[in-house]
Design a protein around this ligand. Sequence first.
Ligand code: HPA
Length: 275
Amino acid sequence: MLDLATQIEQIEVCAQTIAQRLPRAEIAVVLGSGLGALADMMKDTVVLPYAEIPHFPQPTVLGHSGKLISGLVGGKRVYAFSGRFHYYEGHDPQTVILPMRVLQQLGCQTVILTNAAGGVNMDFHAGELMLITDHINLTGYNPLRGANDERWGARFPDMTYTYDPALRDLALCVANELGITLQQGVYCGLCGPSFETPAEIRMLRLLGADAVGMSTVPEAIAAHQMGMRLLAISCITNMAAGVLPQPLSHEEVFATGKQAEKHFSALVEGIIRRI
Ligand code: HPA
């Protein structure tokens, strides 16, 4: 684990690089697996490859391209992270949440996290979008473990309103206006990279999970600790293990993400327009 001084130095160097190379934005979007289309509809873009941001690793996963884009979405300037860092790739928790820490350093107040997720709730269908109302952290770690810098926030952050209620209302309102089905539910974050067993999915259902995935929870914890306004949307790319009599694959996740991209991009654009 990196010591606090090294972490802070890295965050500052990243933020300086981004501030020098990209127009500043007050809203950020993290694009999940197969959900990169939003990047294609951005206007007036400037692209910064992760390879040119010190301490940013290269994503290793299909559907995560590894670039930070500043551009206009719904008339507002946003940072779009096309590609994120997962714990299962072997990264430290500090690296998983590095983009969130850097956003705070840049003064960015609002974050929209998106992901691909398996549907645990039997009423869901592959291809639908789900507004995350709350989460269950079963990743096996907490990204705030280790020394805390008071400028980030509390040592013991409250997690009652992690997903901003006003932004959630806005998302529901925009989805309704656009005629897009937006389910709501609890996202359970696991470590991955293996998908869950059918027995694990039955357990998660008993625990109150509606969707399951391998990202988002650590970023949400860090963003909320820092007082950012947070919204998170899952694309239910597949029904979770054991729901249907067939195996799961990342190719399916990626392909369904691609199919849902149009709705997803329209919803996110509509939300940003009205933030
Ligand atoms: N499980 C975990 N992560 C996922 C899934 C799943 O079924 N689908 C997309 N990401």
